[in-house]
Design a protein around this ligand. Structure first.
Ligand code: NAD
Length: 491
Protein backbone atom coordinates (compact mmCIF):
# COMPACT_ATOMS: atom_id res chain seq x y z
CA UNK A 1 0.00 0.00 0.00
CA UNK A 2 1.26 3.47 -0.89
CA UNK A 3 2.17 5.67 2.08
CA UNK A 4 1.52 8.78 0.01
CA UNK A 5 -1.35 10.80 1.43
CA UNK A 6 -3.84 12.34 -1.00
CA UNK A 7 -4.98 15.93 -0.60
CA UNK A 8 -7.48 17.99 -2.54
CA UNK A 9 -7.92 21.67 -3.24
CA UNK A 10 -10.61 23.67 -1.46
CA UNK A 11 -12.89 25.63 -3.78
CA UNK A 12 -16.26 27.11 -2.90
CA UNK A 13 -16.51 25.15 0.31
CA UNK A 14 -15.71 21.77 -1.26
CA UNK A 15 -12.59 19.61 -1.40
CA UNK A 16 -11.97 18.93 -5.09
CA UNK A 17 -9.37 17.47 -7.47
CA UNK A 18 -8.14 19.56 -10.41
CA UNK A 19 -10.45 19.61 -13.44
CA UNK A 20 -7.86 17.74 -15.51
CA UNK A 21 -7.08 15.28 -12.73
CA UNK A 22 -3.38 16.24 -12.88
CA UNK A 23 -1.40 15.84 -9.67
CA UNK A 24 2.03 16.54 -8.24
CA UNK A 25 3.89 15.12 -5.27
CA UNK A 26 5.45 16.79 -2.29
CA UNK A 27 8.78 15.27 -1.24
CA UNK A 28 9.86 15.03 2.36
CA UNK A 29 13.45 16.34 2.12
CA UNK A 30 14.52 14.47 5.27
CA UNK A 31 13.69 11.10 3.68
CA UNK A 32 13.94 12.06 0.01
CA UNK A 33 10.60 10.33 -0.57
CA UNK A 34 7.23 11.70 -1.66
CA UNK A 35 4.74 11.77 1.20
CA UNK A 36 1.79 13.73 -0.24
CA UNK A 37 0.01 14.02 -3.60
CA UNK A 38 -1.93 17.14 -4.53
CA UNK A 39 -3.90 18.48 -7.49
CA UNK A 40 -2.02 20.51 -10.10
CA UNK A 41 -4.44 23.36 -10.79
CA UNK A 42 -5.04 24.57 -14.32
CA UNK A 43 -6.80 27.67 -15.62
CA UNK A 44 -10.28 26.27 -15.06
CA UNK A 45 -9.50 25.63 -11.40
CA UNK A 46 -8.08 29.13 -11.00
CA UNK A 47 -11.24 30.59 -12.56
CA UNK A 48 -13.46 28.49 -10.31
CA UNK A 49 -11.60 29.60 -7.18
CA UNK A 50 -11.62 33.29 -8.15
CA UNK A 51 -15.32 33.13 -9.10
CA UNK A 52 -16.09 31.57 -5.76
CA UNK A 53 -14.19 34.26 -3.84
CA UNK A 54 -15.78 36.94 -6.05
CA UNK A 55 -19.31 35.65 -5.37
CA UNK A 56 -18.65 35.35 -1.66
CA UNK A 57 -17.41 38.94 -1.63
CA UNK A 58 -20.06 40.46 -3.92
CA UNK A 59 -23.16 38.47 -3.00
CA UNK A 60 -22.52 35.86 -0.33
CA UNK A 61 -23.58 35.98 3.31
CA UNK A 62 -20.03 37.04 4.20
CA UNK A 63 -20.60 40.41 2.53
CA UNK A 64 -23.35 41.14 5.07
CA UNK A 65 -21.42 39.99 8.12
CA UNK A 66 -20.72 42.77 10.59
CA UNK A 67 -17.21 43.21 11.96
CA UNK A 68 -18.44 41.66 15.20
CA UNK A 69 -19.59 38.54 13.35
CA UNK A 70 -16.33 38.26 11.42
CA UNK A 71 -14.42 38.62 14.69
CA UNK A 72 -16.36 35.75 16.24
CA UNK A 73 -15.33 33.43 13.37
CA UNK A 74 -11.71 34.58 13.51
CA UNK A 75 -11.51 33.81 17.21
CA UNK A 76 -13.06 30.39 16.65
CA UNK A 77 -10.55 29.67 13.90
CA UNK A 78 -7.74 30.71 16.27
CA UNK A 79 -8.99 28.27 18.90
CA UNK A 80 -9.20 25.40 16.39
CA UNK A 81 -5.67 26.09 15.14
CA UNK A 82 -4.38 26.14 18.72
CA UNK A 83 -6.04 22.75 19.31
CA UNK A 84 -4.51 21.26 16.12
CA UNK A 85 -1.09 22.93 16.18
CA UNK A 86 0.76 19.59 16.37
CA UNK A 87 -0.81 18.19 13.22
CA UNK A 88 -0.35 21.41 11.24
CA UNK A 89 3.28 21.62 12.36
CA UNK A 90 4.05 18.04 11.41
CA UNK A 91 2.64 18.58 7.88
CA UNK A 92 4.98 21.53 7.41
CA UNK A 93 7.96 19.74 8.80
CA UNK A 94 7.38 16.82 6.40
CA UNK A 95 6.87 19.22 3.49
CA UNK A 96 9.83 21.55 3.98
CA UNK A 97 12.16 19.72 6.38
CA UNK A 98 12.18 22.47 8.95
CA UNK A 99 12.44 21.49 12.60
CA UNK A 100 9.16 20.22 14.00
CA UNK A 101 9.75 22.22 17.17
CA UNK A 102 10.12 25.44 15.17
CA UNK A 103 6.98 24.72 13.14
CA UNK A 104 5.09 23.83 16.31
CA UNK A 105 6.19 27.10 17.91
CA UNK A 106 4.88 28.95 14.85
CA UNK A 107 1.51 27.17 14.81
CA UNK A 108 1.06 27.73 18.54
CA UNK A 109 1.76 31.43 17.97
CA UNK A 110 -0.46 31.80 14.86
CA UNK A 111 -3.77 32.02 16.81
CA UNK A 112 -2.54 35.32 18.31
CA UNK A 113 -2.82 36.90 14.84
CA UNK A 114 -6.43 35.81 14.51
CA UNK A 115 -7.28 37.08 18.01
CA UNK A 116 -5.46 40.39 17.47
CA UNK A 117 -7.12 41.18 14.14
CA UNK A 118 -10.49 39.89 15.44
CA UNK A 119 -10.16 42.73 17.93
CA UNK A 120 -9.85 45.16 15.03
CA UNK A 121 -12.65 43.79 12.82
CA UNK A 122 -15.33 45.91 14.49
CA UNK A 123 -13.15 48.99 14.90
CA UNK A 124 -12.52 49.84 11.24
CA UNK A 125 -13.92 53.28 11.70
CA UNK A 126 -14.00 56.06 9.18
CA UNK A 127 -13.71 59.74 10.06
CA UNK A 128 -16.18 62.56 10.13
CA UNK A 129 -14.46 65.32 8.18
CA UNK A 130 -15.11 68.89 9.28
CA UNK A 131 -16.39 70.52 6.09
CA UNK A 132 -15.21 73.87 4.74
CA UNK A 133 -18.77 74.40 3.44
CA UNK A 134 -21.76 74.63 5.73
CA UNK A 135 -24.01 72.70 3.37
CA UNK A 136 -21.98 69.49 3.45
CA UNK A 137 -21.62 66.65 5.88
CA UNK A 138 -18.60 64.52 4.94
CA UNK A 139 -17.47 61.16 6.25
CA UNK A 140 -15.20 58.31 5.23
CA UNK A 141 -15.76 54.57 5.22
CA UNK A 142 -13.11 51.83 5.41
CA UNK A 143 -14.30 49.15 3.01
CA UNK A 144 -12.69 45.76 2.30
CA UNK A 145 -10.48 45.75 -0.79
CA UNK A 146 -12.22 42.66 -2.23
CA UNK A 147 -10.81 39.36 -3.47
CA UNK A 148 -7.24 38.76 -2.31
CA UNK A 149 -4.88 36.33 -4.04
CA UNK A 150 -2.39 35.22 -1.38
CA UNK A 151 0.71 33.48 -2.70
CA UNK A 152 3.23 32.10 -0.25
CA UNK A 153 6.76 30.67 -0.05
CA UNK A 154 7.67 27.23 1.29
CA UNK A 155 9.72 28.15 4.32
CA UNK A 156 6.92 29.04 6.80
CA UNK A 157 3.71 28.59 4.82
CA UNK A 158 1.25 28.88 7.70
CA UNK A 159 2.82 31.90 9.34
CA UNK A 160 3.33 33.80 6.09
CA UNK A 161 -0.26 33.14 5.08
CA UNK A 162 -1.56 34.20 8.48
CA UNK A 163 0.20 37.59 8.09
CA UNK A 164 -2.21 38.13 5.16
CA UNK A 165 -5.31 36.22 6.18
CA UNK A 166 -5.88 37.58 9.66
CA UNK A 167 -6.03 41.29 8.70
CA UNK A 168 -7.69 40.54 5.35
CA UNK A 169 -10.53 38.50 6.87
CA UNK A 170 -10.96 41.01 9.67
CA UNK A 171 -11.41 43.69 6.99
CA UNK A 172 -14.03 41.57 5.18
CA UNK A 173 -11.99 40.36 2.17
CA UNK A 174 -12.25 36.90 0.62
CA UNK A 175 -9.22 34.81 -0.40
CA UNK A 176 -7.79 32.52 -3.02
CA UNK A 177 -4.59 31.07 -1.62
CA UNK A 178 -1.79 29.45 -3.61
CA UNK A 179 0.83 27.89 -1.32
CA UNK A 180 4.23 26.90 -2.63
CA UNK A 181 4.35 23.63 -4.56
CA UNK A 182 7.18 22.65 -2.15
CA UNK A 183 5.05 22.99 1.01
CA UNK A 184 1.33 22.99 0.19
CA UNK A 185 -0.19 20.59 2.72
CA UNK A 186 -0.63 22.78 5.81
CA UNK A 187 -2.71 25.28 3.78
CA UNK A 188 -5.09 22.49 2.74
CA UNK A 189 -5.24 21.33 6.34
CA UNK A 190 -6.06 24.92 7.30
CA UNK A 191 -9.04 24.82 4.91
CA UNK A 192 -10.52 21.97 6.99
CA UNK A 193 -10.31 24.28 10.02
CA UNK A 194 -12.06 27.08 8.11
CA UNK A 195 -14.89 24.69 7.38
CA UNK A 196 -15.13 23.59 11.00
CA UNK A 197 -15.14 27.21 12.22
CA UNK A 198 -18.15 27.88 9.99
CA UNK A 199 -16.83 30.35 7.41
CA UNK A 200 -19.28 30.55 4.48
CA UNK A 201 -18.17 28.87 1.20
CA UNK A 202 -15.94 31.04 -0.98
CA UNK A 203 -14.36 33.10 1.79
CA UNK A 204 -11.26 30.88 1.78
CA UNK A 205 -10.23 28.92 -1.32
CA UNK A 206 -7.01 27.00 -1.88
CA UNK A 207 -5.51 26.02 -5.21
CA UNK A 208 -2.27 24.06 -5.47
CA UNK A 209 0.43 23.58 -8.05
CA UNK A 210 3.49 25.18 -9.60
CA UNK A 211 3.74 27.30 -12.75
CA UNK A 212 0.26 28.07 -14.06
CA UNK A 213 -1.86 28.75 -10.96
CA UNK A 214 0.28 31.50 -9.38
CA UNK A 215 0.76 33.53 -12.55
CA UNK A 216 -2.86 33.01 -13.69
CA UNK A 217 -4.12 34.15 -10.31
CA UNK A 218 -2.04 37.31 -10.39
CA UNK A 219 -3.31 38.12 -13.89
CA UNK A 220 -6.95 37.38 -13.11
CA UNK A 221 -9.28 40.37 -13.54
CA UNK A 222 -11.45 39.08 -10.67
CA UNK A 223 -8.63 39.62 -8.17
CA UNK A 224 -8.48 42.99 -6.40
CA UNK A 225 -5.24 42.52 -4.50
CA UNK A 226 -2.22 40.25 -4.58
CA UNK A 227 -0.45 39.60 -1.28
CA UNK A 228 2.80 37.80 -2.06
CA UNK A 229 5.70 36.31 -0.13
CA UNK A 230 8.58 34.88 -2.08
CA UNK A 231 11.72 35.69 -4.01
CA UNK A 232 12.52 39.24 -5.16
CA UNK A 233 12.75 38.05 -8.76
CA UNK A 234 9.22 36.61 -8.61
CA UNK A 235 7.97 39.71 -6.78
CA UNK A 236 9.17 41.90 -9.64
CA UNK A 237 7.31 39.75 -12.18
CA UNK A 238 4.18 39.99 -10.05
CA UNK A 239 4.49 43.77 -9.71
CA UNK A 240 4.76 44.05 -13.51
CA UNK A 241 1.76 41.78 -13.97
CA UNK A 242 -0.44 43.60 -11.44
CA UNK A 243 0.43 46.91 -13.13
CA UNK A 244 -1.72 45.86 -16.12
CA UNK A 245 -4.98 46.11 -14.12
CA UNK A 246 -3.57 48.24 -11.32
CA UNK A 247 -4.39 45.35 -9.01
CA UNK A 248 -3.28 46.30 -5.50
CA UNK A 249 -0.13 44.48 -4.44
CA UNK A 250 1.97 43.91 -1.35
CA UNK A 251 5.28 42.07 -1.57
CA UNK A 252 7.38 40.39 1.12
CA UNK A 253 10.62 39.47 -0.61
CA UNK A 254 14.20 38.42 -0.05
CA UNK A 255 17.02 39.78 2.05
CA UNK A 256 20.77 39.87 2.68
CA UNK A 257 20.59 41.13 6.20
CA UNK A 258 23.62 42.51 8.06
CA UNK A 259 24.27 41.28 11.58
CA UNK A 260 26.71 43.89 12.96
CA UNK A 261 28.96 43.10 15.93
CA UNK A 262 30.82 46.05 17.48
CA UNK A 263 33.95 45.73 19.60
CA UNK A 264 31.97 46.60 22.75
CA UNK A 265 29.46 43.75 22.30
CA UNK A 266 29.06 40.84 24.68
CA UNK A 267 30.76 38.34 22.39
CA UNK A 268 29.15 35.22 23.85
CA UNK A 269 25.70 36.63 23.29
CA UNK A 270 26.62 38.01 19.86
CA UNK A 271 28.05 34.65 18.76
CA UNK A 272 24.81 32.98 19.78
CA UNK A 273 22.89 35.63 17.81
CA UNK A 274 25.06 35.06 14.74
CA UNK A 275 24.31 31.32 14.87
CA UNK A 276 20.56 32.00 15.33
CA UNK A 277 20.66 34.46 12.45
CA UNK A 278 22.13 32.12 9.85
CA UNK A 279 21.76 28.52 10.96
CA UNK A 280 18.27 28.76 12.50
CA UNK A 281 15.88 27.12 10.01
CA UNK A 282 18.97 25.98 8.05
CA UNK A 283 19.36 29.60 6.90
CA UNK A 284 16.11 29.36 4.97
CA UNK A 285 14.49 32.49 6.31
CA UNK A 286 13.96 35.78 4.52
CA UNK A 287 15.47 37.58 7.49
CA UNK A 288 18.60 35.38 7.74
CA UNK A 289 21.59 37.29 9.08
CA UNK A 290 23.66 36.11 6.16
CA UNK A 291 26.22 38.92 6.31
CA UNK A 292 28.10 39.03 9.61
CA UNK A 293 29.87 42.38 9.91
CA UNK A 294 32.50 42.24 12.65
CA UNK A 295 34.73 44.94 14.09
CA UNK A 296 38.31 43.98 13.24
CA UNK A 297 39.40 44.16 16.92
CA UNK A 298 37.02 41.36 17.98
CA UNK A 299 36.96 39.38 14.71
CA UNK A 300 39.12 36.49 15.88
CA UNK A 301 37.60 36.27 19.37
CA UNK A 302 34.08 36.23 17.93
CA UNK A 303 34.94 33.73 15.19
CA UNK A 304 36.50 31.35 17.75
CA UNK A 305 33.17 31.28 19.57
CA UNK A 306 31.07 30.95 16.40
CA UNK A 307 33.23 28.19 14.94
CA UNK A 308 33.20 26.24 18.21
CA UNK A 309 29.39 26.34 18.39
CA UNK A 310 29.03 25.59 14.67
CA UNK A 311 31.09 22.43 15.09
CA UNK A 312 28.57 21.26 17.71
CA UNK A 313 25.40 21.88 15.69
CA UNK A 314 23.38 18.69 15.69
CA UNK A 315 22.07 17.93 12.22
CA UNK A 316 19.46 15.29 11.62
CA UNK A 317 15.81 14.39 11.32
CA UNK A 318 13.74 17.54 11.78
CA UNK A 319 11.13 15.57 13.69
CA UNK A 320 13.63 14.71 16.48
CA UNK A 321 13.46 16.99 19.48
CA UNK A 322 17.22 17.50 19.80
CA UNK A 323 17.94 18.24 16.11
CA UNK A 324 19.23 21.77 15.54
CA UNK A 325 19.58 21.86 11.76
CA UNK A 326 17.54 19.87 9.25
CA UNK A 327 17.94 19.40 5.52
CA UNK A 328 17.76 21.96 2.75
CA UNK A 329 14.08 22.03 1.75
CA UNK A 330 14.05 20.95 -1.87
CA UNK A 331 16.18 20.01 -4.88
CA UNK A 332 16.28 23.44 -6.62
CA UNK A 333 17.25 25.01 -3.30
CA UNK A 334 20.01 22.44 -2.78
CA UNK A 335 21.47 23.23 -6.22
CA UNK A 336 21.44 26.92 -5.35
CA UNK A 337 23.17 26.45 -1.99
CA UNK A 338 25.89 24.23 -3.50
CA UNK A 339 26.41 26.68 -6.33
CA UNK A 340 27.01 29.53 -3.87
CA UNK A 341 29.63 27.48 -2.03
CA UNK A 342 31.52 27.21 -5.33
CA UNK A 343 30.96 30.91 -6.04
CA UNK A 344 32.35 31.86 -2.61
CA UNK A 345 35.50 29.82 -3.21
CA UNK A 346 35.93 31.19 -6.74
CA UNK A 347 35.60 34.75 -5.45
CA UNK A 348 38.47 34.14 -3.02
CA UNK A 349 36.63 33.87 0.30
CA UNK A 350 38.15 31.53 2.90
CA UNK A 351 36.08 28.49 3.82
CA UNK A 352 36.19 28.36 7.63
CA UNK A 353 33.50 25.71 8.20
CA UNK A 354 31.31 23.27 6.28
CA UNK A 355 31.19 23.73 2.53
CA UNK A 356 29.82 20.29 1.76
CA UNK A 357 26.97 17.87 2.28
CA UNK A 358 26.90 15.56 5.27
CA UNK A 359 27.73 12.13 3.86
CA UNK A 360 26.07 10.19 6.65
CA UNK A 361 22.77 12.07 6.59
CA UNK A 362 22.41 12.35 2.83
CA UNK A 363 22.63 14.86 -0.01
CA UNK A 364 19.95 17.26 1.29
CA UNK A 365 21.94 17.94 4.47
CA UNK A 366 24.38 20.78 3.83
CA UNK A 367 26.77 21.42 6.70
CA UNK A 368 26.68 24.86 8.33
CA UNK A 369 29.05 26.84 6.14
CA UNK A 370 31.11 29.90 7.03
CA UNK A 371 33.18 32.05 4.71
CA UNK A 372 35.61 34.53 6.27
CA UNK A 373 37.64 37.19 4.44
CA UNK A 374 34.54 38.18 2.47
CA UNK A 375 34.32 41.61 0.87
CA UNK A 376 30.93 43.21 0.39
CA UNK A 377 31.37 43.18 -3.40
CA UNK A 378 31.50 39.39 -3.59
CA UNK A 379 28.41 37.60 -4.85
CA UNK A 380 28.06 35.72 -1.54
CA UNK A 381 27.71 39.13 0.14
CA UNK A 382 25.30 40.62 -2.40
CA UNK A 383 23.01 37.77 -3.47
CA UNK A 384 20.46 35.93 -1.35
CA UNK A 385 21.43 32.27 -0.89
CA UNK A 386 18.53 31.25 1.35
CA UNK A 387 20.58 28.51 2.96
CA UNK A 388 23.15 27.86 5.69
CA UNK A 389 25.99 30.02 4.36
CA UNK A 390 27.45 32.85 6.44
CA UNK A 391 29.62 35.57 4.87
CA UNK A 392 31.88 37.26 7.42
CA UNK A 393 33.09 40.79 6.62
CA UNK A 394 35.47 42.88 8.76
CA UNK A 395 34.99 46.62 9.42
CA UNK A 396 37.15 49.18 11.21
CA UNK A 397 34.68 51.76 12.55
CA UNK A 398 31.00 52.61 12.89
CA UNK A 399 30.84 54.66 9.72
CA UNK A 400 32.26 51.84 7.66
CA UNK A 401 29.92 49.30 9.28
CA UNK A 402 26.87 51.37 8.34
CA UNK A 403 28.15 51.93 4.80
CA UNK A 404 28.73 48.19 4.26
CA UNK A 405 25.41 47.27 5.87
CA UNK A 406 23.50 49.60 3.55
CA UNK A 407 25.47 48.70 0.42
CA UNK A 408 22.92 46.15 -0.78
CA UNK A 409 19.81 46.13 -2.93
CA UNK A 410 17.91 44.50 -0.07
CA UNK A 411 16.58 46.05 3.14
CA UNK A 412 14.59 43.50 5.09
CA UNK A 413 16.29 43.29 8.49
CA UNK A 414 19.49 44.04 10.41
CA UNK A 415 20.90 43.60 13.90
CA UNK A 416 23.30 45.61 16.03
CA UNK A 417 25.31 44.02 18.82
CA UNK A 418 26.78 46.56 21.25
CA UNK A 419 26.56 47.46 24.93
CA UNK A 420 26.67 51.18 24.15
CA UNK A 421 23.09 52.43 24.23
CA UNK A 422 23.91 55.58 22.24
CA UNK A 423 25.54 53.61 19.47
CA UNK A 424 22.78 51.00 19.46
CA UNK A 425 20.04 53.50 18.60
CA UNK A 426 22.28 55.76 16.47
CA UNK A 427 23.20 52.86 14.21
CA UNK A 428 19.66 51.39 14.19
CA UNK A 429 18.35 54.71 12.86
CA UNK A 430 20.84 54.79 10.00
CA UNK A 431 20.26 51.25 8.75
CA UNK A 432 18.04 51.03 5.67
CA UNK A 433 16.00 48.03 6.77
CA UNK A 434 12.40 47.35 7.77
CA UNK A 435 13.32 45.69 11.07
CA UNK A 436 16.36 46.28 13.28
CA UNK A 437 17.07 44.18 16.34
CA UNK A 438 19.41 45.42 19.06
CA UNK A 439 21.26 42.57 20.80
CA UNK A 440 18.77 40.06 19.38
CA UNK A 441 17.99 38.28 16.12
CA UNK A 442 14.99 36.75 14.34
CA UNK A 443 12.11 38.02 16.43
CA UNK A 444 8.68 38.74 14.90
CA UNK A 445 5.35 39.55 16.45
CA UNK A 446 1.77 40.07 15.35
CA UNK A 447 2.00 43.50 17.03
CA UNK A 448 4.93 44.85 15.04
CA UNK A 449 5.06 45.96 11.38
CA UNK A 450 7.24 43.71 9.23
CA UNK A 451 8.42 44.33 5.68
CA UNK A 452 11.24 45.52 3.52
CA UNK A 453 12.97 48.65 2.35
CA UNK A 454 14.29 48.65 -1.24
CA UNK A 455 14.06 45.34 -3.11
CA UNK A 456 12.95 43.47 0.00
CA UNK A 457 9.35 44.43 -0.59
CA UNK A 458 6.41 46.74 -0.77
CA UNK A 459 4.04 47.36 2.14
CA UNK A 460 4.04 46.07 5.69
CA UNK A 461 2.48 43.06 7.37
CA UNK A 462 1.50 42.74 11.06
CA UNK A 463 0.70 45.50 13.51
CA UNK A 464 -2.25 47.86 13.42
CA UNK A 465 -1.52 49.50 10.09
CA UNK A 466 -1.35 46.32 8.03
CA UNK A 467 -5.13 46.09 8.01
CA UNK A 468 -5.02 49.22 5.81
CA UNK A 469 -3.45 47.01 3.12
CA UNK A 470 -6.84 45.25 2.96
CA UNK A 471 -9.18 48.25 2.93
CA UNK A 472 -10.01 51.09 0.58
CA UNK A 473 -11.06 54.46 1.96
CA UNK A 474 -14.25 55.90 0.55
CA UNK A 475 -15.25 59.56 1.08
CA UNK A 476 -18.96 60.32 1.19
CA UNK A 477 -20.29 63.90 0.72
CA UNK A 478 -23.85 64.57 1.85
CA UNK A 479 -25.51 67.79 0.65
CA UNK A 480 -27.66 69.21 3.45
CA UNK A 481 -29.88 71.92 1.89
CA UNK A 482 -31.39 70.08 -1.09
CA UNK A 483 -30.99 73.23 -3.22
CA UNK A 484 -29.46 73.15 -6.74
CA UNK A 485 -26.03 74.73 -7.18
CA UNK A 486 -24.10 76.15 -10.18
CA UNK A 487 -23.56 72.99 -12.25
CA UNK A 488 -20.58 74.46 -14.15
CA UNK A 489 -18.11 75.03 -11.31
CA UNK A 490 -16.27 72.73 -8.95
CA UNK A 491 -18.48 72.42 -5.88
P1 NAD B 1 9.34 31.84 -5.10
O1 NAD B 1 9.27 33.28 -5.45
O2 NAD B 1 10.04 30.92 -6.00
O3 NAD B 1 7.88 31.24 -4.90
C1 NAD B 1 6.94 31.83 -4.03
C2 NAD B 1 5.54 31.49 -4.49
O4 NAD B 1 5.30 32.14 -5.74
C3 NAD B 1 5.29 30.02 -4.72
O5 NAD B 1 3.97 29.72 -4.29
C4 NAD B 1 5.40 29.88 -6.24
O6 NAD B 1 4.67 28.80 -6.77
C5 NAD B 1 4.80 31.19 -6.70
N1 NAD B 1 5.22 31.67 -8.01
C6 NAD B 1 6.33 31.38 -8.71
N2 NAD B 1 6.36 32.08 -9.87
C7 NAD B 1 5.24 32.82 -9.90
C8 NAD B 1 4.70 33.77 -10.82
N3 NAD B 1 5.33 34.09 -11.95
N4 NAD B 1 3.53 34.35 -10.53
C9 NAD B 1 2.88 34.07 -9.37
N5 NAD B 1 3.34 33.18 -8.46
C10 NAD B 1 4.51 32.57 -8.71
O7 NAD B 1 9.97 31.81 -3.63
P2 NAD B 1 10.32 30.54 -2.73
O8 NAD B 1 11.51 29.84 -3.28
O9 NAD B 1 9.08 29.76 -2.50
O10 NAD B 1 10.68 31.22 -1.35
C11 NAD B 1 11.94 31.71 -1.02
C12 NAD B 1 11.96 33.22 -1.15
O11 NAD B 1 10.92 33.80 -0.36
C13 NAD B 1 13.25 33.84 -0.64
O12 NAD B 1 13.68 34.82 -1.52
C14 NAD B 1 12.83 34.46 0.70
O13 NAD B 1 13.64 35.53 1.11
C15 NAD B 1 11.44 34.89 0.40
N6 NAD B 1 10.68 35.05 1.63
C16 NAD B 1 10.37 36.31 2.05
C17 NAD B 1 9.71 36.50 3.25
C18 NAD B 1 9.34 37.87 3.75
O14 NAD B 1 8.48 37.97 4.59
N7 NAD B 1 9.96 38.93 3.26
C19 NAD B 1 9.35 35.39 4.03
C20 NAD B 1 9.69 34.11 3.57
C21 NAD B 1 10.35 33.95 2.38
Amino acid sequence: MSSIQQFQMYIDGKFVPSVTGAQFESLNPATGKPWAALPEAGLEDVNAAVNSARNAFDKGPWSNFTGTERARLLRKLGDIIARDAELLASCESKDNGKLYREMLGQWKYIPEWFYYYAGMADKLQGDTIPSDRNNFFIYTRREPIGVVAAITAWNSPGLLLTFKLAPGLAAGCTFVVKPSEHAPVSTIELAKRFEEAGFPPGVFNVITGAGIPGAALVDHPGVDKVAFTGATQTGKKIAASTAKNLTRVSLELGGKSPNIVFDDADLDVAANGAIAGIFGATGQTCMAGSRLLVHEKVHDALMDRILARTAQIKMGNPLDADTEMGPVANAPQLDKVLEYITVGLQDGAKLAAGGKQDEKLGPMFVMPTIFTGVTNQMRIAQEEVFGPILSVIKFKDEEEAIAIANDTRFGLAAAVWTQNIHRAHRVAHQLRAGTVWINAYRVVSFLTPFGGFKESGLGRENGMDSIREYTETKSVYVELTGKPRDPFTLG
